[in-house]
Design a protein around this ligand. Structure first.
Ligand SMILES: CC(C)N1CCN(Cc2ccc(Cn3ccc4ccc(-c5n[nH]c(N)c5C#N)cc43)cc2)CC1
Length: 238
C-alpha cells in the first residue's frame, strides 16, 4: 500500500514514520508513506497556503490551489488514490472503516489546518473522516491515527503477531482481554490461575469470555451491532 499525506506541518509525522511497527513496515518496504508539504506546491514568493474566509469570520482557510497542484502532481502516474480528508465533523472512523481502507492499494490523506480547507477541495475527496467527537487543532494527528489503524492490518506489518491472533477480536471491534506478565504475584495481586495452567483451550475461552464481558459492560452497542451482522458465534452469544 502507498499513502500520500498532504499537510502544512510535515514535521509532525517524523517520529510516527520512524518508530515502532509503522516505522519498521516502512523501512522494510512493506508499505510506502510519503508526506508532502502543501507549501511546496505554492507558486508565490511567500509560499502562501491560507487566506481569510469569504463572508468574514474568524481564522484562516487553506487555499484550494496548492492542494489541487499537489493532487495533480501526485496522481500524474500510477493508480488513482482513494482520498480522505480529516475533518471535525466527518464520518466517524472505526475498525470497520480501517479494514475497508486497508484493502485500497493507494490512499491520500489531506490534513486540514486553521479553520479547515476551502470547500472546493472536497471535489477531490472520497471520504471526510473524523476520529471522534472532540475538537483538535488540525488534521495531522487524525491522519496518524487512521494510518496506524490501517497499516497494522496490512499482511506482514504485524509480523508473527498476526499468526498468534487466534480470533480477530479487535478486528470485530470487541474490547481486549486482560493481559498479565511476570511476576505471578505482585503486591498481593495474583495472575488468574487459568493463565498459569498452560491449558490453551481453557485460556482461549477465558480470554473470549473476558473480552465479551468487558465489551457488554462498556460498549453494549458493539455487541448489538455484531449480533445484527451475525458476527457472533452461538457459544459467544450464550
Ligand atoms: C465560529 C468559530 C469560532 N468556530 C471555530 C471552530 N470551527 C470548527 C473547527 C474546529 C477545529 C478546527 C481545527 N481543524 C482544522 C482542520 C482539522 C481537521 C480535523 C480536525 C478534528 N478535530 N477533531 C477531530 N476528531 C478531527 C478529525 N479528524 C480539526 C481540524 C477547525 C474548525 C467552527 C467555527
Amino acid at each position: 500500500m502507498r499513502i500520500d499525506v498532504l499537510t502544512v506541518l510535515p514535521g509532525l509525522f517524523d517520529c510516527f514514520l520512524k518508530e515502532g511497527v509503522i516505522g519498521k513496515a516502512i523501512s522494510s518496504g512493506k508499505v510506502e508513506v510519503k508526506v508532502h508539504n502543501i507549501r511546496d506546491f505554492t507558486t508565490d514568493k511567500h509560499r502562501v497556503v491560507d487566506d481569510v474566509p469569504y463572508g468574514g469570520g474568524p481564522g484562516m482557510v487553506l487555499k484550494p490551489e496548492p492542494i489541487f497542484r499537489a493532487y495533480d502532481e501526485l496522481t500524474k502516474e500510477g493508480e488513482k488514490p482513494y482520498v480522505l480528508l480529516t475533518e471535525p465533523w466527518g464520518e466517524k472512523f472505526n475498525q470497520e472503516m480501517a479494514v475497508e481502507l486497508s484493502k485500497k492499494p493507494r490512499l491520500m490523506i489531506i490534513c486540514g489546518r486553521y479553520e479547515g480547507v476551502d470547500e472546493r477541495v472536497k471535489s477531490l475527496v472520497d471520504r471526510e473522516v473524523s476520529i471522534g467527537d472532540y475538537v483538535l487543532t488540525g488534521g495531522e494527528l487524525p491522519a496518524m491515527v487512521i494510518m496506524d489503524a490501517v497499516l497494522r492490518l496490512i499482511p506482514g506489518v504485524l509480523g508473527n503477531l498476526e499468526s498468534l491472533r487466534a480470533d480477530s477480536f479487535s478486528d470485530r471491534g470487541l474490547l481486549g482481554y486482560p493481559n498479565y506478565t511476570r511476576p505471578a504475584e505482585f503486591r498481593g495481586m495474583k495472575v488468574p490461575e487459568v493463565l498459569l495452567s498452560g491449558h490453551h483451550k481453557k485460556i482461549e475461552s477465558w480470554r473470549k469470555e473476558q473480552s465479551l464481558r468487558k465489551t457488554l459492560e462498556r460498549r453494549p452497542e458493539i455487541i448489538e451491532n455484531l449480533k445484527r451482522k451475525g458476527l457472533l458465534t452461538k457459544e459467544e452469544l450464550e
